[in-house]
Design a binder for this molecule. Structure first.
Ligand code: CA2
Length: 152
């Protein structure tokens, strides 16, 4: 079977607030802008995206599990769950799809509790501190991995 040309884009808790508060940290783009930007980056490579954002961990887990049916990879900004969630990490590991982890801010330069990611070692692509443009980088680099694996 040929691999589906679709990515799941996951944004975790509080990222629905993008563009409404803390522009000094997260910029002024909205979640809708981010989803458009990621969709455009995917479309440039002949992929589409399905976007989900939730403030509820279980909704994110269900979306990740469902991606097995029709997605070739997952781009995720887990928000604060990055630093706390073993179950999110287990879901990503369990579906065995390639994962790109993206953070808008430079988590390495912020509070020490943001320095550890439970997701990092189940992701093949890591993008940190590029602002919302990092979603474009993450989509492009993840598609490179997917296409490279299909060719190889
Ligand atoms: O830099 C990132 O993308 C983060 O994943 C964002 C999370 C934070 O907990 C991570 O350490 C780094 C927070 C998302 C909250 O987003 C907001 C956006 C605008 C206003 C308030 C919150």
């Amino acid at each position: 079977m040929t691999a589906p040309r679709r990515l799941l884009l996951v944004n975790g808790p509080n990222l629905n607030l993008l563009g409404t508060r803390e522009p000094d940290i997260y910029g002024s783009s909205t979640l809708a802008d981010v989803e458009q930007l990621a969709g455009d980056a995917a479309a440039a490579r002949g992929f589409d995206i399905r976007a989900v954002q939730s403030n509820h961990e279980g909704v994110l887990l269900d979306a990740i599990h469902e991606a097995r049916a029709d997605c070739a990879g997952i781009v995720i900004n887990p928000g604060g769950l990055t630093h706390t969630s073993v179950v999110l990490r287990d879901a990503l590991s369990g579906v065995a799809l390639p994962v790109a982890e993206v953070h808008i801010s430079d988590v390495r330069a912020r509070e020490s509790f943001r320095h550890h990611s439970y997701v990092a070692d189940v992701a093949v692509v890591h993008v940190v501190g590029e602002g919302v443009a990092g979603y474009r980088t993450a989509v492009t680099r993840l598609i490179d991995v997917i296409v490279g694996a299909a060719d190889g």
